[in-house]
Design a protein around this ligand. Sequence first.
Ligand code: ADP
Length: 207
Amino acid sequence: MTTTSDASNAPQTADGRPSARRLLIVGPPGAGKGTQAARLAQELAIPAISTGDIFRANVSGQTELGVLAKSYMDKGEYVPDSVTNDMVRSRLDEDDARDGFLLDGYPRTLDQVEALDGMLTELGSELDAVLLLVVETDAVIERLVARGQEQGRSDDTEETIRRRLEVYAEQTAPLIDVYDKRGLVRRVDGMASIDQVTASLRDALGA
Ligand code: ADP
């Protein structure tokens, strides 16, 4: 389903930017979260914060966190909540996240939802919207297998992809209900072209 609305009617801040600036982007592995997060964050002038990217940077840098994260990532399992929550807490404390952020890949568990609620309360702010990319499972498996071949990401093997999709269905899909009950979820068709998805997300924020 594509959300359509007239973005020109969207609530805006004094400088003309959309006021929805504390955002999550959610969807299964391969939904295109990273691609869309980068585009949207640039348009909104907010940082895109991807827990997967932060973990991968730590893996490359061979930090203690990276060594720990890799042992989970390569199996398609989630890094323990306490580790992930601490990492996000310190990232959200940085100056560039004060006026907004787009979190990609976090929260992924109910424990992380609670932790994020706590962080936002401490910061005196709250979420404006949760953008959900709706995609078909077969298509995302194909996308991820192709990405594995192109980029050599060590968790993009067919076996790990299947496990990641299972873990998503078990642990992350239930979060959508939680945010639906809060009236925050905006669903966007993630099967359209990259540009069309970006346009739909922009519209969804104007809604
Ligand atoms: P994808 O959404 O395609 O699985 P990500 O780059 O978002 O890719 O995440 C890759 C891996 O990083 C996950 O499978 C998991 O091991 C770890 N990870 C990322 N975000 C989290 C999180 N919020 N909690 C726990 N583990 C995470």
